[in-house]
Design a protein around this ligand. Structure first.
Ligand code: MG
Length: 250
């Protein structure tokens, strides 16, 4: 079932979304060589809790931390650890959700740790831009496939590949709601978009091929070929006036 939110509910949800965006910004500001992903996670958790909210991911399906922090060839669901020390040249995907006033906000960003290669920067730029290409299609009357195809076309035209096994999703009172929002698909296919839908659009894009696998910890998703992977995400609302990005910090 797809939950449609009223304008008032969307405003309420925006508080959770802004909070998760601010937590993500704080995480980004803390990323530098020598810092552990555990320290980044602690900053995220403390900030969210200080604001009277709950980290959406903490304990979700048994996930042991507040942020997913995924370095280099880790695609998503990286578990923060004192043993994972960031170094110059790493790309660091941070995924943060916050639950406040009955709603979740969900967003992700891949940060550069110090100076990164031209190739890595190009992957980040393309993945971020593909998110906005997807958001542009998130208008009433379009279908989910229009979002999916926009992300896929933009990234594959640059010889990157789209992760198949994990997708975006509806978000609201529950962290994961219907519909699924794949980052690959066919225009004009899938669920029709109507005002009041709130979606987490989240391209996960690999420099190599699209295949991924899960490590023995049952969380960490890595690229099979060891190539770099980037992940950008916003929570958006479909409104009569077009897509509204909810996960902006200000
Ligand atoms: Mg998400």
């Amino acid at each position: 079932m797809i939950v449609i939110k009223t304008a008032r509910e969307i405003r309420q949800m925006q508080d959770a979304c802004k909070l998760s965006a601010r937590a993500l910004r704080l995480a980004g500001e803390a990323i530098e060589p020598g810092v552990s992903t555990y320290e980044i996670d602690t900053i995220v958790r403390k900030y969210i809790e200080e604001q009277g909210a709950t980290p959406s991911f903490l304990g979700y399906g048994g996930f042991p931390a507040s942020a997913c922090i995924s370095v280099n060839n880790v695609v998503i669901h990286g578990i923060p650890s004192k043993k994972t020390i960031l170094k110059e040249g790493d790309i660091v995907s941070v995924d943060v959700g916050a639950f406040l006033n009955g709603y979740h906000g969900d967003n992700a960003y891949t940060f550069a740790c110090g100076d990164i290669t031209k190739e890595a920067q190009a992957l980040l730029d393309a993945t971020k831009e593909s998110l906005f290409m997807g958001i542009k299609q998130a208008v009433a009357g379009n279908r989910v496939g229009d979002i999916s195809a926009a992300v896929q076309e933009y990234t594959e035209a640059r010889s990157y590949s789209v992760v198949r096994d994990y997708v975006g999703h509806g978000v609201g009172a529950k962290l994961h709601e219907e519909p699924s929002v794949p980052n690959f698909g066919t225009p004009h296919r899938g669920v029709r978009l109507i005002p009041g839908m709130t979606l987490a659009i989240e391209p996960m894009i690999n420099m190599g091929d699209h295949r991924v696998r899960v490590l023995d910890d049952e969380w960490t998703v890595v690229t099979v070929d060891g190539s770099l992977s980037a992940h950008f995400e916003h929570t958006i609302a479909i409104t009569p006036d077009g897509p509204m990005i909810l996960t902006l910090p200000d």
